[in-house]
Write a protein that binds this ligand. Structure first.
Ligand code: PFF
Length: 457
């Protein structure tokens, strides 16, 4: 193991950009807008904000504590804090969740490459709304092309990972994240200057409180956790590369706010355009692959806007797939003493197998279902709805039960050198509020709450 002389991110900016890169991804730009659209707009946004601040932030800080304190991969970290116990199973949950998320996430990431390629080659020119729909369906159910792009995406991720923490992850993030902000802002400006854009902004920002019900609250909480990459040790692994003088409270706050900012900007980019072209904001996951290119192609320089948008999506996805890949790579490398390049190869191979099955599950394998879900949806369901909430809840319970408050405070204040005015509030949220709230999401998503309500009604 290389815990003593452990590699770290080289600079403060590198820490922030790599961690923001981990959090910001398809979850912000692809999933967030359609969740807002199908959950009533601004009301969802409001609850989402409360969730990231009141629940997401404390859980993120707790993961930072575990990672930086132990300087270990996610499974090793639990073994170090609670040796001889089974708490490290939380780490295994995270390692598996990363592989499973990569198994479907890389497929969507691969699609973005196909769309970039088509936009640049002029292949999206002159298409009607119906053409976009049929085109997406034909492409996603095909055998070879989606697999080809998915494997290219996994290979890109692999190259960054074997280049190491500083030369690969940090350097890529430093270049990619500013690029992402520039593209996003350019697309926002284009969108809000379209005729009729105001209606989209009203949908996004003017809450209709009558839309808030338990399902909106629970969806917002789920989105917050997925988007912040919480509950699976990804942030434990990244924090293990933080330097001893990295300010954990400040980093958690900055990452949380920047992640939320990207989601808001994605909303500002999408809803005015959607309203301007009279498209239903409630369109589901296809919003990004069918609706948006259709919107862009109706503008002057349509191909350029489409290409820029899908480059944005690919960049956001890559910084997240890197972070997802790093979790099992660090685990295999450190726990089995295997060279990093070999560990990365094993992980990439495993991910490729899962991703190929996921990709085929839209077409030739669509009848191979698990619990009624195709393989792609099954991986999505298993991770987002079971493994992440369970992991997040257990991480909080673990620290609450196994870590002395003084040790916790010392790490979070860099041995008392920086103040932590809200320490008691943080502890209260980490011990009680977060695990209970996450537990409620978990039970609700499994349908247990509905079952209990029915039992008593
Ligand atoms: N937060 C990422 C997104 O919003 O796309 C997805 C993700 C990355 C989830 C890393 C979990 C993770 F560990």
């Amino acid at each position: 193991m290389e815990q003593n002389n452990r590699v770290t991110f080289g600079s403060k900016l590198g820490v922030i950009l790599a961690t923001v890169g981990c959090a910001v991804g398809l979850g912000n730009i692809w999933r967030f807008p359609y969740m807002v659209g199908s959950n009533g707009g601004a009301a969802f946004l409001l609850i989402y904000f409360l969730c990231i601040l009141l629940l997401g932030l404390p859980v993120m800080l707790t993961e930072f504590y575990i990672g930086r304190h132990t300087q270990c991969n996610t499974a090793g970290a639990f073994k170090q804090i609670a040796p001889g116990t089974r708490w490290h199973l939380i780490g295994y949950n995270g390692v598996l969740a990363s592989l499973f998320i990569l198994g479907f996430y890389s497929v969507v990431a691969g699609w973005t490459l196909q769309y970039i390629f088509e936009a640049i080659g002029g292949g999206l020119d002159g298409k009607t709304a119906e053409d976009f729909k049929l085109g997406f369906e034909a492409f996603s159910t095909e055998i070879w092309l989606p697999i080809f792009w998915t494997l290219i995406f996994i290979a890109l991720t692999h190259i960054v990972i074997i280049s190491g923490v500083k030369g690969g992850i940090e350097r890529t993030s430093k270049f990619m994240m500013p690029l992402l902000f520039v593209i996003l802002i350019a697309l926002c400006i284009r969108s809000v200057t379209l005729p009729g854009a105001m209606e989209g902004l009203i949908f996004l920002f003017k809450p209709d409180f009558s839309r808030i019900d338990s399902s909106v609250v629970l969806s917002a909480m789920g989105q917050a956790f997925f988007s912040l990459s919480i509950g699976m040790g990804c942030l434990i692994t990244y924090a293990s590369y933080f330097q001893k003088d990295t300010k954990l409270q400040r980093t958690a706050l900055e990452v949380t706010l920047l992640d939320a900012l990207v989601a808001i900007l994605a909303g500002i980019m999408i809803f005015p355009a959607v309203f301007s072209f009279n498209i239903a904001p409630t369109a589901g996951p296809e919003l990004v692959f069918i609706t948006l290119p259709n919107v862009f192609q109706q503008l002057p320089w349509g191909n350029v806007w489409s290409a820029v948008f899908f480059i944005l999506l690919a960049v956001a996805a890559l910084t997240s797939t890197i972070s997802l890949h790093e979790v099992p790579t660090a685990y295999v490398h450190e726990e089995y003493n295997i060279p990093r390049w070999k560990a990365a190869l094993i992980v990439s191979f495993g991910v490729a197998v899962l991703a190929i099955i996921s990709s085929l599950s839209f077409g030739v394998l669509k009848n191979m279902t698990i619990g009624g879900l195709i393989f792609f949806d099954f991986l999505d369901y298993l991770t987002a709805k079971i493994m992440l909430p369970l992991g997040g809840m257990l991480i909080c319970i673990f620290v609450a039960r196994r870590v002395d408050r003084k040790v916790l405070k010392a790490e979070l204040t860099n041995q008392g050198t920086i103040p932590f005015h809200f320490f008691n509030t943080y502890v209260f949220f980490m011990r009680f509020v977060a695990p209970i709230a996450i537990g409620i999401i978990f039970l609700n998503e499994l349908g247990v709450l509905q079952w209990i309500v029915r039992l008593f009604s």
